[in-house]
Design a binder for this molecule. Structure first.
Ligand code: FES
Ligand SMILES: [Fe+2]
Length: 323
């Protein structure tokens, strides 16, 4: 946050927040592969060594500028540039040339990277400051194979996270019949928690209890319970700016159902990847409605909220720390 600005008034107009941001699903970066992805308008090259270590680097080789994502390769624990075959170690140091001359003292810029729950997260900071926290892994014991989804759309970098605590829009836009806060919004450093219950978001007839955890403005774990169905689900959602007003969202949905009768429960547990797909698809269908608003929405620095609105001002004060 810019120290000159009062809390909640930071310039959040369009820039990418300083935080961990998802750039790929883990399974997209297989051992010994090199993958180019995008974050905040820039290419980022990901590679996984033969030993399984994941790395994120600037795309351009410090020798003569070739793009490592266009023909770069992995040899053991090294990434090799396609242009003159210089080799770079995992800390970015050049350790050999392609023609036997001593390695020059050059270094490939690396980015802090972590993998959480099947997502690759890269640290972004406008001034290049190092990360001061990590995203915690989310417990998925009790759930079977998840369903994954990704989509690109026009939005402000904070539209998705603010959306999760904008309670009135669940009724007005998504057709929920009611939204009742069950635990007040609670920001704790980079983490923000909230709980509410609503009827008619995933399915028009089902009550859903929502436990929301934003681990930062680009990464959420949302626990869902639909007691009438004995259904529990977990949606892990991440969203990142890939360019001006262009966002990529990635979602991993888990589900589990418990009904009386061991055999029925076992059968349904086997079907839970399908159930995860049903839940994940239901929330994507709702996301399409948000998308139409976000495409032309202006992210007002001083929104005029009123009684009964969701805790948007608390969200804004929390979000200001990431700028
Ligand atoms: S540009 Fe990469 S080795 Fe020369
Ligand atoms: Fe929404």
């Amino acid at each position: 946050m810019n120290e000159a600005e009062p809390s909640g008034q930071a310039d959040m107009s369009a820039a990418c927040p300083n935080t961990w941001l998802a750039v790929a699903f883990s399974e997209e970066v297989k051992p010994a592969s090199v993958v180019t992805t995008k974050l905040a308008g820039q290419d980022i090259v990901l590679y996984r060594t033969n030993g399984g270590e994941l790395r994120a680097v600037n795309p351009h080789c410090p020798h003569l500028g070739a793009h490592l994502g266009r023909g770069g390769s992995v040899e053991g624990e090294l990434i090799i540039c396609p242009f003159h075959r210089m080799a770079f170690a995992s800390d970015g140091t050049c350790i050999r040339t392609g023609w036997g001359a001593p390695a020059p003292k050059i270094r490939l810029t690396t980015h802090p990277v972590q993998e959480r729950n099947g997502l690759v997260l890269v640290w972004h900071h406008a001034e290049g400051a190092p990360p001061t926290w990590e995203v915690p892994p989310v417990e998925t014991t009790g759930f079977s194979r998840p369903s994954t989804w990704t989509g690109v759309f026009t939005a402000h970098p904070l539209d998705l996270s603010e959306n999760t605590v904008d309670y009135q829009h669940f009724v007005a836009l998504h057709g929920a019949q009611s939204v009742v806060e069950t635990s007040p919004i609670k920001p704790v450093k980079h983490h923000l928690m909230a709980g509410f219950t609503m009827k008619g978001f995933y399915f028009s007839w089902a009550q859903v209890n929502v436990h929301l955890n934003l681990y930062d403005p680009g990464y959420a774990a949302v626990w869902l319970e639909m007691p009438a169905l004995g259904l529990k689900a977990l949606e892990i959602a991440a969203w990142s700016p890939i360019g001006p007003r262009r966002m990529q969202a990635r979602k991993i949905t888990y589900a589990n159902i418990a009904l009386p009768g061991a055999l029925v429960s076992r059968l349904l547990a086997t079907a839970s990847p399908l159930l995860a797909w049903v839940i994940g698809t239901a929330s994507v269908r709702q996301l399409k409605k948000d998308e139409e608003i976000w495409a032309d929405r202006q992210y007002l620095p001083n929104p005029k909220v009123t009684q009964g609105d969701g805790p948007v001002p608390t969200f804004r004060r929390w979000a200001a720390q990431f700028y």
